[in-house]
Ligand binder design. Structure first.
Ligand SMILES: Cc1ncc(COP(=O)(O)O)c(C=O)c1O
Length: 373
């Protein structure tokens, strides 16, 4: 490998860059001045705007994507004795939420091109205990929702989208979040839009929405009357103020991510042993991550990028079934060869909206090992 010398004047290129501007700051100050800091009118307005943006009847704001997944599963009656089919190649929260309910995650391997659950393998994993399918729209590319919807319908299963990484992604022009029975978004700072911490559950089902509203507030039916065991999974008005301002900008953020992905894919085309991300026909990718597959030498490439001040990330180095918390439950005796290979090969490089043309050019040159002109 050629030695790459750092160039002192080069700015660092981060892997994520929350886009916080004056609108977000003003909105937060307005809430702080209002004196109403917990869940209040700004959360309600954010819920209405997010539901409209996704194209669903109900959006329920919660404290995180993890909380949203937990409540979505509970609201659909998932619990002890049930099985939920999901992917082993995701952030651990997707599967953990299943464990929280007392149900059992059943992993199914992923497709090597989209990194999402392979619908061709789902049906074989269905048993009499299967209650739900929980696909993850990984890195911002929707899972194969057309096929998964048909399977869910055929077997009368609940289809819950983990859309935590895919705000604004579409299938056939319809946004994720409106494609299954219920869906969950995260508003963590690295996501395509943020509220610092926060999340949403979206659904067209009024009964499910009602159950989630109650469960996020200690199972309350009316003030200080509690029907069942619930949680404090509320979003604050401070977080909602940031999120509402972000919602006004997320289409522009996503357009920038898609434009940047196009520049990277063009610049990195034709390199041996390197695969750029795919976008399935009829699907719109929102590039939460721009993730390469590197057949060999991933660590060398990471070091070369780091030496030139370019951050990169491996999402995820250990598939869920191999994580100690799952290994202790016996999952490491199972094998998911595609997920395991992806864990060895994937490398995410910067694609966020704050990049400029010079950043993108530098990233391409360093990956291609081309010297600066
Ligand atoms: C696929 C996926 N599921 C669930 C979550 C959990 O979201 P949060 O971090 O908001 O709890 C995340 C976020 O990190 C995620 O990427």
């Amino acid at each position: 490998m050629k030695e790459v010398r750092p160039v002192a004047s080069e700015p660092r290129i981060a892997l994520a860059h929350p886009m916080i501007g004056d609108d977000e700051k003003r909105a937060v100050m307005d809430v702080l001045d209002s004196g109403q800091l917990a869940q209040g009118p700004v959360v309600a307005a954010f819920e209405e705007a997010f539901a409209r943006w996704i194209g669903v009847e109900h959006a329920i704001a919660v404290s995180s994507g993890t909380a949203g997944l937990h409540l979505a599963l509970l609201a659909h009656g998932v619990g002890s004795g049930d099985e939920v089919i999901t992917t082993p190649f995701t952030f651990i929260a997707s599967a953990n939420a299943v464990l929280f309910t007392g149900a059992t995650p059943v992993f199914v391997d992923v497709e090597p091109d989209t990194f999402c659950i392979d619908p061709a393998l789902v049906e074989a994993a269905i048993t009499t205990r299967t209650r739900a399918i929980l696909p993850v729209h990984l890195y911002g590319h929707p899972a194969a929702m057309t096929e998964l919807s048909a399977i869910a319908r055929r077997h009368r299963l609940v289809l819950i989208e983990d859309a935590c990484q895919a705000h604004g992604a579409t299938v056939g022009g319809r946004k994720v979040g409106a494609l299954g029975h219920t869906a969950v978004f995260s508003l963590y700072p690295t996501k395509n839009m943020t509220s610092a911490e926060g999340g949403f559950v979206t659904t067209d089902d009024a009964a499910i929405a009602g159950a989630i509203r109650s469960l996020r507030q200690h199972g309350e039916s009316e003030r200080y009357h509690h029907e069942e065991l619930g949680y404090n999974y509320r979003m604050t008005d401070v977080a909602a103020a940031i999120g509402r301002a972000q919602l006004a900008r997320v289409d522009a953020f996503n357009a920038a991510r898609r434009r940047h992905a196009g520049v990277l894919s063009k610049g990195l085309a034709g390199l041996d042993g390197l695969t750029t991300p795919v976008e399935r026909s009829g699907y719109a990718h929102v590039y939460h991550q721009y993730t390469l597959r590197i057949a060999e030498g991933r660590e060398g490439l990471r070091s070369r990028l780091a030496a030139r001040g370019i951050a990169s990330g491996v999402y995820y180095p250990v598939p869920v079934h191999r994580q100690p918390v799952y290994a202790r439950r016996g999952y490491d005796r199972q094998s998911f060869p595609v997920a395991e290979r992806m864990a060895r090969e994937v490398l995410s490089i910067p694609v966020h909206p704050a990049l400029n043309d010079a950043d993108l050019e530098r990233i391409v040159r360093v990956v291609r090992e081309e010297p600066e002109e």
